[in-house]
Design a protein around this ligand. Structure first.
Ligand code: GRF
Length: 208
């Protein structure tokens, strides 16, 4: 089960963003400025060299690296990540290209939004763009969803379709998808910050 949203309707929500990579989705969140409706208080990465860390630093946001290689096992890494996030006292955690599976205790503790580069439930997992191309699909897209304890599985907040065009490579298609993600993810974060998301089982109702 994803963490309940009902207990989280603060005036100025605190947001922790988790990244693993270049952080273009993080940048899209940063570029919203005050219109995002919440404050990004920490950007944490599982990879020391993640480009998104520089974006956060440039924006004056606190960063943390919690790399699995620095811990004895997954349990210790999970505990350290949870501690780092807890220290920022978030109302919302956003996965903006975070490529690791969170423990059930984490997703039960905070509401977590994820952006995924396919129209879920099609093509879950880490190779969604390549798999949509290999399948011969004509249409793929992106999904913003609440995270539960299963991979790319939680209740869907928003989706948008993206065409697959003749001659697409994974990189070209991924860039087309990311252009949509950069609008959809901040829109969904803003809806959360306004208290406009209501979850009923698998269904997310959005206030107008
Ligand atoms: C995005 O396509 C997102 O859907 C996926 O990872 C990618 C992250 O890209 N989960 P970036 O680091 O935000 O550029």
């Amino acid at each position: 089960m994803a963490a309940p949203l009902a207990r989280v309707e603060p005036v100025d929500p605190r947001i922790v963003v988790l990244i693993s990579g270049s952080g273009t989705n993080l940048q899209a969140l940063l570029d919203r400025g005050d219109a995002l409706g919440g404050e990004i208080v920490l950007v944490a990465s599982d990879r020391p060299g993640a480009g998104g860390l520089e974006r956060a630093e440039a924006a004056g946001i606190k960063t943390a690296v919690v790399a699995p290689a620095d811990f004895a096992d997954r349990q210790a890494w999970c505990a350290a990540l949870e501690d780092a996030v807890d220290g920022a006292a978030p109302d919302l955690v956003v996965l903006a290209g975070f490529m690791r599976i969170l423990p059930a205790s984490f997703v039960a503790r905070w509401p977590v939004l994820n952006v995924h580069p396919s129209l879920l439930p099609a093509f879950p997992g880490a190779h969604a763009v390549e798999e949509a191309l290999a399948w011969g699909a004509k249409l793929t897209g992106c999904t913003v969803h609440l995270v539960d304890e299963e991979v790319d599985h939680g209740p869907i907040v928003a989706q948008e379709a993206v065409p697959i065009l003749p001659g697409d490579t994974p990189d070209v298609l991924h860039e087309r998808i990311k252009a949509v993600e950069h609008r959809l993810l901040p829109d969904c974060v803003t809806l959360f910050c306004r208290g406009a998301l209501h979850v009923d089982g698998r269904h997310v109702r959005i206030d107008k």
